[in-house]
Design a protein around this ligand. Structure first.
Ligand code: DX5
Ligand code: ZN
Length: 222
């Protein structure tokens, strides 16, 4: 079952509660929250205080994508704020196994993220620990970038690895998910679709979320 995860990075931050509600009415089932520190990525966004506020205005799971250095230092604060899923970058974790255990130990669903240049072959050992693998299909830091085509091969390889290892982790894709790419992404095997610009960019999140999800479901044969 494919799910749409509206990314609030492209939302109107002055009207976040309304924007999230609209994306939810359009069929979004998990809210994707991009956390950037200006070090791991060349942009700065939001942190636990905003997650805490979001927690009060939606019942949907909050999927926090940490694009930060030293994520271990902040994982307890995200748990405290009400995050449900937390993903950390392979490239930002010196001790990835420890970081994933820390997330799970705080009662949240752990995910690992790989940048476009990072091979999914590096993940074998930790795949049994994760709830989701997030494939970055753009270089992280900004919304509205062009989908990197070889991400489709990484998705297909993860489907294969999941089968070979007898696991059930979900495959999430983030970056450039839009009308012209969503069918191929779903057909490659991704089932968690993050979309920022395609949902919030034109100022009609409800209608645009609905249309994107419909296209995804059609491609998935659902
Ligand atoms: C980028 C973020 C994404 C971003 C995707 O670093 O991780 O979640 O919102 O934006 P779009 O969907 O506009 O490519
Ligand atoms: Zn993201």
């Amino acid at each position: 079952m494919v799910e749409l995860l509206p990314s609030i990075l492209s939302a109107d931050f002055a009207h976040l509660a309304d924007q999230v509600a609209a994306a939810e009415r359009g069929g979004g089932t998990v809210i994707h929250v991009d956390v950037m520190d200006g070090h791991f990525v060349p942009n700065i966004t939001i942190g636990p205080p905003v997650v805490k506020c979001l927690r009060k205005v939606t019942k949907l799971p909050l999927d926090c994508h940490l694009m930060i250095e030293n994520p271990d230092e902040f994982i307890p604060a995200f748990a405290e704020a009400g995050a449900d899923w937390v993903s950390v970058h392979y490239e930002a974790c010196r001790h990835l196994h420890r970081s994933l255990e820390l997330i799970a130990g705080h009662g949240m669903k752990p995910g690992v993220v790989v940048n476009p240049a990072t091979s999914v072959e590096l993940l074998h050992e930790i795949l049994p620990m994760v709830h989701h693998v997030l494939v970055m299909s753009v270089n992280p830091g900004f919304g509205g970038q062009k989908f990197i085509e070889f991400s489709l091969d990484k998705i297909r390889r993860l489907v294969q690895l999941r089968q070979e290892l007898g696991l059930a982790f979900r495959i999430e894709v983030d970056g450039g998910v839009a009308h012209d790419t969503v069918a191929r992404i779903v057909q490659a095997g991704a089932d968690l679709l993050v979309a920022g610009n395609a949902v919030f960019g034109a100022g009609q999140p409800e209608a645009d979320a609905r249309a994107l999800l419909a296209a995804a479901r059609e491609a998935a044969g659902e």
